[in-house]
Design a protein around this ligand. Sequence first.
Ligand SMILES: C[S@@+](CC[C@H](N)C(=O)[O-])C[C@H]1O[C@@H](n2cnc3c(N)ncnc32)[C@H](O)[C@@H]1O
Length: 388
Amino acid sequence: MNDSEPERHRLAALLASKGVLTSPLLREALETVPCEQFLHPGVFLDEGRAWRPVTALGTASDEWLKIAYSVDTLTTQLDGHLTADQVGEPVAGVPTSSSTDPTTVVSMIEALDLTAEHRVLEIGTGTGYSTALMCHYLGEDNVTTIEVDPQVAARADAALETVGYSTWTMTGDGLLGHPRRAPYDRVIATCAVRRIPHTWIRQTRPGGVVLSTVGSWPWGTGLAKVTVGDDGTAEGAIIGRSSFMQARAQAATPVAGDLAARTAYADSERAALLSPLVLEEWMPAFLAQLAAPGAQFVRATDGDGSPLRYLFDAERESFAEFITDGESWTVRQGGSVALWDDIERSLVAWHDAGAPDIDAIRLRVTMTSHLYRIDHRSPSLRWEHRLA
Ligand SMILES: C[S@@+](CC[C@H](N)C(=O)[O-])C[C@H]1O[C@@H](n2cnc3c(N)ncnc32)[C@H](O)[C@@H]1O
């Protein structure tokens, strides 16, 4: 287990030099916890169109340590079941569990402002590495972690035991929290959620903090940090950009089938004031999700190769289709809501307000709603999401 000591120290020094790692206790955890123990049986490396399986057993130890201590996210499971030891060749698939890149892990733990006696609930155990870092910091009895996938949870639990932590690794849906060990001082989610479940607020003591990525697109999502009040509400802000795989029950079903048929009958057609391509940028994508929370953005090409863009909201049976002549865009909208009207209004107001970055967004969570706002006179910079 001592073999990786130089890599651990190198990684800690790197993160400290970037200003990501500042807490001495967390630095000690990084220098102590052997990350490679959490990557068994192996990882999938991104080769663009396929995932190349690399196993601990099938790789020279120096090469394995180089991979384990890289600054990248390492995918450990595809499609909800596949691990690297089960395939010999590169494969296609969708990542469903991973060891998050250390910069993100460390900056999130730093954002929790931990003190040694805090009790933490982690949602999305994954490999268990981030759990182990917090166990080193807080003691194993102060960390409860929940993983939805039984096999992933079992591997994480075994790795945690191997490195010496008999922590509370629970298998279940983290959206429900874990009331039996509540109240917590901190809740940290390492999967993204459409909205912060009120269970997390209820299970956190007043003054405690909930930290979670909010949104449902693969990009344009934000890290929410809210402090729980005495009255069952929580208040805070989006403190930065953040991207995580979606909580399993909330993963969006890809929009498939004949898109032309889905958009054949529009209620309106007009020139778009803004190009839909702005939605490929992070902050406009985040604002689009605030303005039209159920919408998905879809990229496609026409028969002649020209780009097409769509927004679909399955729940509200609505769509927006964008067509370009190469210079400007036309938007055709149909269904119960004019998705692009709502999004465009927010984007124009945001531009008029000086295009502030994501950390200008405040968030208030109650039992029945999420209220996002940018403090400005424009009513278009407030978005209230009410629970049905
Ligand atoms: C990005 S990985 C976790 C990374 C790990 N905590 C780390 O920092 O390296 C996200 C994990 O969340 C799990 N997950 C997804 N939805 C969940 C849910 N509803 N409850 C608990 N875990 C969930 C996935 O199975 C996956 O293992």
